[in-house]
Design a protein around this ligand. Structure first.
Ligand code: ZN
Ligand code: ZN
Length: 189
């Protein structure tokens, strides 16, 4: 039999004064960051993006750090996968999906690099809108054309190449990180 009136608060919650309490108010012990993080990720099987389902701030996913400060979710994702982000580096989305937290889609770049990418974008945009093929010769067909968060089109073939290149590049780095972490754990014992 299906229950329809099941949105009554559980009996232990009504002891605390009914269902009007805000979410998390009677959650005294906060879950660790990694766990709270994992609960807010939804994997898109088509793009491979890990879309953030939690709070969004100017297009980027947001979460509160262990010391309750708001931090950008994609930066947290990057640090969980690769370690601390060197000072002054900006984390760029290779997939151009700002709410994506898939470390494979993230790349650390200098702020200058990032500014240059943006500036080049403005200069080439007018020309780009007239082109039928990308600079590597892939056609801007409906299947191969993506639109980023700014409304600019991009070549999907080139994007997946960039992601593949990046994955290869990071593989070695990640192996190294794991080795270091294991060695540290062994040393701590
Ligand atoms: Zn992505
Ligand atoms: Zn291309």
């Amino acid at each position: 039999m299906s229950k329809i009136g099941h949105n009554k608060p559980p009996s232990d919650a009504s002891d605390v004064g009914g269902g009007k309490l805000g979410r998390g108010k009677w959650l005294r012990v906060r879950k660790p960051l990694s766990q709270r993080f994992a609960e807010k990720v939804s994997v898109n099987p088509i793009t491979g993006c890990h879309d953030w389902t939690g709070c969004i701030s100017s297009g980027y996913g947001q979460i509160s750090s262990e010391d309750s400060k708001p931090v950008l979710a994609h930066r947290v994702a990057y640090e969980m996968a690769y370690g601390p982000i060197p000072e002054g580096l900006h984390i760029d989305h290779l997939c151009r999906n700002r709410r994506c937290v898939n470390p494979e889609h993230l790349e650390a770049v200098t702020v200058l690099e990032n500014t240059l990418r943006g500036a080049l974008g403005i200069v080439t945009r007018a020309k780009a809108s007239l082109q039928t093929h990308c600079k590597r010769g892939h056609p801007f067909s409906p299947e191969n054309t993506g639109i980023d968060h700014r409304g600019h089109r991009f070549c999907r073939a080139c994007q997946s190449d960039a992601i593949r290149r990046h994955q290869k590049q990071n593989h070695a780095h990640r192996m190294e990180m794991q080795r270091t972490r294991r060695a540290e754990q062994r040393a701590a014992r």
